[in-house]
Design a protein around this ligand. Structure first.
Ligand SMILES: C[S@@+](CC[C@H](N)C(=O)[O-])C[C@H]1O[C@@H](n2cnc3c(N)ncnc32)[C@H](O)[C@@H]1O
Length: 235
């Protein structure tokens, strides 16, 4: 039997970029539903003469969904990621489509972006990779640049305070991955690789922080096993 390699910490490099669309659908319960709803929400919330951001855009699924959903004029979709490998593949994906609402890509750390006139902003499974103590600052920056009526959508892997419930959710998630063709070894190696880079919080923590930032309208609108999605609307 070949020796089992010690897993390295997870990185969004070229190897991950090559398999990413397949990987995320097979490992994140509800991923496709959320992308579809991002398209619908874009149709409702994106305003003329504004910006829609996709932070940690990876291969551009949420950017493309917003571009397809948008019905307004003079809108720019901005996809931001700090991984050159992801953005290279993202540009190739975008170039395959004839888009009426353009998508521009920026290689940048989302903690350094100066946001402008936001009507929609998506953090689809990206906030979980930001150090917990930096999350409030990032959300404050976003809030300050949001127009009245703008929407923020955050999807995350979540943690449960009750250890037995938490364990049950982890097992159900691993079952979901097995059902999608992952082996025990792949599941356990991915888990170790992500352990120190994906820092999940509870659903209550997300809701409470969004209120602290200043959002009055906040809801967890989607949850499947240990993956949840939140919406916050600025008054
Ligand atoms: C799980 S993926 C996001 C999936 C994507 N939003 C989607 O819906 O398909 C997380 C992405 O966040 C990016 N990322 C992580 N930390 C970042 C940071 N500080 N600044 C910019 N991008 C970051 C990673 O390179 C990766 O592409």
């Amino acid at each position: 039997m070949p020796p089992v390699k010690t897993p390295q910490p997870f990185q969004f490099d070229e190897k991950v970029a090559a398999v990413f669309p397949d990987m995320i659908k097979r490992s994140v319960p509800g991923y496709n539903d959320i992308i579809l709803q991002i398209q619908k929400l874009a149709g409702r919330f994106i305003k003329a003469n504004s910006h829609a951001y996709d932070l940690g855009c990876s291969l551009g699924a949420a950017s493309l969904a917003m571009s397809y959903g948008n019905q307004q004029h003079d809108v720019e979709i901005i996809g931001i990621d700090n991984s050159a490998a992801m953005l290279k593949q993202c540009q190739r994906n975008i170039d395959k489509f004839k888009l009426t609402t353009p998508i521009s890509l920026q290689q940048e750390d989302i903690l350094r972006v100066q946001f402008k006139s936001i009507s929609m902003l998506v953090l689809n499974y990206t906030l979980q990779f930001i150090q917990p103590e930096q999350r409030l600052g990032l959300l404050n920056n976003i809030f300050d640049a949001m127009l009245p009526g703008a929407i923020l959508l955050i999807s995350e892997k979540i943690h449960f305070r009750d250890p037995k419930i938490n364990q049950l959710m982890i097992e159900l998630h691993h079952q979901f991955k097995r059902d999608n063709g992952y082996s025990e070894l792949e599941i356990s190696q991915k888990r170790s690789a992500l352990e120190k880079v994906l820092l999940a919080e509870t659903r209550d923590k997300h809701l409470q922080r969004l209120k602290e930032v200043g959002f009055n309208q906040v809801v967890c609108w989607h949850q499947q096993i240990n993956f949840a999605s939140f919406i916050a609307i600025k008054d």
